[in-house]
Write a protein that binds this ligand. Structure first.
Ligand SMILES: [Zn+2]
Length: 75
């Protein structure tokens, strides 16, 4: 697929960012206000949180396991 077609599928990156920020603020506010009531919004918050913080929390072994197969292919 051509790179130009990839770009056309995402018409407004700025608007996308606004939506992401809005959703994040909403989920943070929900999680802060309800002490994790366990509803679907709380589940979303926990998923987003773990994804956004994985760079800080991921053990080094996990990234080695991901990279190792690629190194084997390259070698
Ligand atoms: Zn909740």
């Amino acid at each position: 697929m051509a790179p130009q077609m990839e770009r056309q599928r995402i018409p407004e990156p700025a608007a996308d960012g606004d939506i992401l920020r809005e959703q994040l603020e909403y989920l943070i506010a929900h999680a802060a206000g309800t002490e994790r009531c366990g509803c679907a919004e709380c589940q979303r918050y926990l998923r987003v949180r773990s994804v956004l913080l994985e760079i800080f929390a991921a053990p080094p072994r996990a990234s080695v396991r991901e990279i190792a197969p690629r190194l084997a292919i390259a070698a």
